[in-house]
Design a protein around this ligand. Structure first.
Ligand code: G1P
Ligand code: ZN
Length: 536
């Protein structure tokens, strides 16, 4: 075996963010850049000798080339086995499942999630640990430390492998096993949901559209929805993964999936529609005439999960990220189960899931999932919704209204200001933090800190929370996944009880709150923006 050791000078800024290292593709393509981060990761986990790693990604530009590099480096490091999705494809939840099912030591997932792909767009790489979940902060900090001191990396002088050929081959002393990316994931879904009931629903004329946004979920959705569940061909839209996601933005929200939203809002639209993102972990849920906010979706799923066989025994608890609306807390309170508020990022749910404290988790950013894997899971959320619809035999709109009439409604929206000057963004946050005298109508402002109830680790500075006297809440935080300047996220929510006005337009219902945040922070004035770039 021809192991080659190459000298390297550390690169600045290889600090993993909310979800691994995200950079412009050309940054990742610089000689040695990817290698430095991969070697730092291997060093941080005590090397890969004798280990089994799962490797795959969302198929974006540079995915396949990066996998070849990673495989050579894993082989040079003495890894025993690499389990790789065919053609380098694995959705993030499917990778998480493979790590768990195969008892792997960890995995490398190549994705920049919902960010566009292409040579001038974004690329990303993250490490997941043996529970199948994103590496916790202790590991990502160790990786970052390694990136600062690295002086060499090891690779193998070997040709590229054929990633399309299923089965085992050798790379140095490492076994490379190419697997179908869908099979094991689809089998897992079948253990959780009543596929018979969903099949009957679809056979009865209930219509579904699923927009894979030219990203990784296409093959999964086609196999499960159109294959196993018998939905008609054409149910899955944009179902062939492409390296640049059809030049689109694979982000399942009302802006980037507008054609789907327009379709479902029309008179003859489908009964149910959904979309997923670049790497398949996010979801957007729609019914004819309605958009279900991710926060509401988490709450509705929590209230109805027992209708699916995999959750018939009930839930241990529900966890949500701090900026996610408090709708799921109300369900947890009624069910008498635990509810948890964690910092943004799926890695914070890992301990709660492992310890059996939470069964369902969700984030306002279109992420929902459960203890079946250790990542959020777009198609899983779609299938759970379909299972619930099949049992309740009601429309999405009716289920949502019924939910609000039971628990009240948390009007909710997120306003993003993108590519803001970093200095201005930091100053806005610092000023909020330093505020001692609160204007009338504001009860409390705090900087969210989280103490993990399982391992006691503390994460500070996770966003500024503004609590209003009338029960409304606003949260400001800076994105940890952006690749250009700073992105300020403003999360807005206002609660109305079951007897209140439940069907107002969301932005209209939140307008006074938007004004109150502006009065407090001067955000629009200071950034020179008339309106947010994105409203979800
Ligand atoms: C964003 C979302 C967050 C999610 C993350 C990874 O992070 O807000 O909920 O976990 O992407 O998908 P942010 O850019 O806000 O740091
Ligand atoms: Zn994603």
């Amino acid at each position: 075996m021809d192991v080659v050791t190459k000298p390297i000078t550390p690169f600045d800024g290889q600090k993993p963010g909310t979800s691994g290292l995200r950079k412009k593709t050309r940054v990742f393509m610089q000689p040695g850049y990817l290698e430095a981060f991969v070697q730092a990761t291997f060093n941080a986990i005590g090397g890969v000798a004798g280990k089994t790693l799962v490797v795959g990604g969302d198929g974006r530009y540079f995915n396949a080339e990066a996998i070849q590099t990673i495989l050579r480096m894993a082989a040079a490091g003495g890894a025993a086995r690499a389990i790789v999705g065919q053609n380098g494809l694995l959705s993030t939840p499917a990778a998480s499942n493979l790590i768990r099912q195969r008892g792997a030591d960890g995995g490398l997932i190549l994705s920049a999630s919902h960010n566009p792909g292409g040579i001038d767009e974004d690329f990303g790489l993250k490490y997941n640990i043996s529970n199948g979940g994103p590496a916790p902060e202790s590991v990502t900090t160790a990786i970052f430390d390694q990136t600062k001191t690295l002086s060499e990396y090891k690779t193998l002088a070997a040709a590229d492998l054929d990633l399309s050929a299923l089965g085992e081959s050798g790379l140095g002393t490492m076994v490379v096993e190419i697997v179908d990316p869908v099979t094991d994931y689809a089998a897992l879904m079948e253990t959780l949901f009543d596929f018979g009931a969903i099949r009957d629903l679809l056979a009865g004329g209930f219509t579904v559209k699923f927009d894979a946004m030219h990203a990784v979920t296409g093959p999964y959705a086609k196999a499960i929805l159109e294959g196993t569940l018998g939905a008609p061909e054409g149910t899955v839209l944009n179902g062939t993964p492409s390296v640049d996601f059809g030049k689109g933005h694979p982000d399942p929200n009302p802006i980037w999936a507008k054609p789907l939203v327009d379709m479902v809002m029309s008179e003859d639209g489908p009964d149910f529609a959904a979309a997923s993102d670049g790497d398949g972990d996010r979801n957007m849920i729609l019914g004819r005439g309605v958009y279900v906010t991710p926060s509401d979706s988490l709450a509705v799923l929590a209230a109805n999960a027992h209708l699916a066989p995999g959750y018939a025994r009930g839930l241990a608890g529900v966890a949500r990220s701090m900026p996610t609306s408090r709708a799921s807390d109300r369900v947890a309170a009624k069910l008498g189960i635990g509810s948890y508020e964690t910092p943004t990022g799926w890695k914070f749910f890992g301990n709660l899931l492992d310890a059996g404290k939470a069964t369902l988790c969700g984030e306002e950013s279109a992420g929902t999932g459960s203890d079946h894997v250790r990542e959020k899971d777009g198609l899983w959320a779609v299938l759970l919704w379909l299972n619930i619809l099949a049992v309740r035999k009601a429309s999405v709109a009716d289920i949502l209204l019924d939910h609000w009439q039971t628990y009240g409604r948390d009007y909710y929206s997120r306003h993003d200001y993108e590519a803001v000057d970093t200095g201005i963004a930091n100053a806005i946050m610092d000023d909020l933090k330093a505020m001692t005298e609160l204007p009338a109508g504001i009860e409390k402002i705090d900087s969210f800190a989280y103490t993990d109830p399982v391992d006691g680790s503390v994460s500070e500075n996770q966003g500024m929370r503004i609590f209003f006297a009338d029960g409304a809440r606003a949260v400001l935080r800076l994105s940890g996944t952006g690749t250009e300047g700073a992105t300020i996220r403003v999360y807005l929510e206002r609660y109305v009880g079951p007897d209140g006005s439940l069907t107002e337009d969301t932005q209209a219902a939140l307008a006074p709150l938007v004004q109150a945040v502006e009065n407090l922070t001067g955000l629009k004035a200071r950034t020179g923006r008339a309106a947010p770039d994105v409203m979800t």
